[in-house]
Ligand binder design. Structure first.
Ligand SMILES: [Zn+2]
Length: 195
């Protein structure tokens, strides 16, 4: 009896392992045609700085306030995370120099299939989407804020393929934000115009 239970347990463990591991071993699919996570036609400054992380991008608007600007899905997919990373802190439009939080604050992660995903951090308020929800390209998922470990209101954004962060591509072109070994910026116009 004990032996049978142990054997069943072992089989169950193997099946669970296969269910989790096998999809992770699949090769990534082709890169989705990502668009910038901000409104159609707007020009934003994309930047990084030493100690950020290679390929991480911080978005700041070139016109107007950052607070509350719409954050859009770069591509259609399924929301896998919509919650709090680290701690929120107390930075708001009314109190922009309030206590800094930790980590990403309010954030969203979207699975685009083919082992591609995007991440959106430091949102102002709880995300406008929930885990498991399907989103369309250009659908609003949140608003720009400064929750978590953030100096000023901006959107921290990443694209990942499989396990790895990769250079962000927008509208089929590489952003040019690659290494974090120095501070630099580029300016790009959003063509996230589907919605
Ligand atoms: Zn960042």
């Amino acid at each position: 009896m004990v032996r049978a239970v142990l054997a069943l347990g072992a089989v169950a463990a193997l099946v669970a392992l296969a269910v989790v591991v096998v999809p992770m071993l699949r090769p990534p699919g082709p890169r989705p045609l990502f668009q910038m996570p901000v409104a159609c036609g707007e020009t934003w400054q994309l930047g990084t700085y030493p100690g950020h992380d290679d390929y991480d991008v911080d978005f700041f608007p070139t016109d107007g306030e950052a607070w509350g600007r719409p954050v859009l899905a770069s591509y259609a997919g399924t929301v896998t995370v919509a919650g709090i990373n680290g701690s929120l802190g107390g930075r708001t439009p009314e109190n922009p120099n309030g206590p800094r939080g930790r980590g990403g604050g309010y954030w969203v992660k979207i699975d685009h299939g083919g082992r591609w995903e995007t991440q959106y951090l430091h949102l102002l308020e709880p995300p406008l989407v929930r885990e498991g929800q399907r989103v369309a390209q250009g659908e609003q998922i949140g608003r720009v804020g400064s929750t978590g470990n953030s100096g000023a209101p901006h959107l921290h954004y990443e694209q990942r393929r499989g396990w790895d962060k990769v250079e962000t591509f927008f509208d089929g072109s590489p952003s040019g934000i690659t290494t974090d070994d120095r501070e630099y910026t580029v300016r790009l116009m959003s063509n996230n115009c589907a919605a």
